[in-house]
Design a protein around this ligand. Structure first.
Ligand code: NUP
Length: 214
């Protein structure tokens, strides 16, 4: 499938809106400026899972469903998401390697990303190294780690080799793109600073310029 997505962009746009038309319009207008678009529960809950196929016409779609269940339930959800043409899916890692392996096994062509640390403090802060270890053993494609906590991000990069890291927390959550990339992020996830901007295309262009300065 030929997508207009800009392969050299380091931005993953977090499309956290409810409304279908708003979501489609943003995806259409911004797809050629971003590496991928990430959807979360808001747009799915409002419009159903078919919205993944609709949005996939414009960009690679990563489903941020943060799977966190026993292996069979995670497998059932992952298989269903794959049927709708998502490019990637995000799972939690704290449920353990059995669940992570089930997600990787049932993902088919989809890339699996696992959350090893969050952009706000949480109980998984105490075990991020184990979560990285399990994620690597399970064979995930990439990790989710915080852009707005560069010290933590750097520690994660140091123990993860060259696996892809996608990092939320820039803009609305206080992080900045340069320190996140310097700490080891490959792609930066940005939502509100783009879709709440009066000029979303201009906002993405600014972030792209900043990211490519390095
Ligand atoms: O630790 C995380 N923090 C986080 O914000 C893991 C995430 N997946 N996210 C997601 O990234 C969050 O759910 C939202 O979709 C996006 C950040 O959006 P914003 O804070 O830039 O609006």
């Amino acid at each position: 499938m030929d997508l207009p997505t800009m392969e050299d962009s380091k931005i993953i746009f977090a499309l956290d809106v409810y409304d279908r038309d708003t979501g489609i319009e943003l995806a259409k207008n911004l797809a050629d400026q971003v590496f991928a678009i990430k959807v979360n529960w808001p747009i799915i809950l409002e419009n159903g899972i078919k919205i993944i196929s609709e949005l996939s016409k414009y960009s690679k779609i990563i489903c941020d469903f943060k799977l966190a269940d026993v292996e069979n339930t995670d497998k059932l959800i992952t298989e269903k998401v794959a049927q709708y043409g998502a490019w990637g899916i995000i799972s939690h890692a704290f449920t353990g390697i059995k669940s992570l392996r089930a997600v990787v096994k049932s993902a088919g062509q989809m890339k699996v990303f696992s959350v090893v640390s969050m952009s706000q403090e949480s109980y998984i802060d105490n075990v991020y190294d184990k979560l990285v270890d399990d994620s690597l053993k399970a064979g995930v494609f990439g990790l989710v780690a915080p852009a707005n906590r560069p010290d933590r991000l750097k520690k994660i990069r140091d123990i993860s080799g060259d696996i892809k890291i996608i990092a939320p927390g820039v803009g609305a959550q206080g992080g900045n793109i340069i320190s996140a990339i310097m700490a080891g992020a490959d792609y930066i996830i940005i939502g509100r600073s783009i879709y709440d901007s009066p000029d979303p295309i201009g906002a993405i262009k600014k972030f792209n310029d900043e990211a490519t300065k390095l």
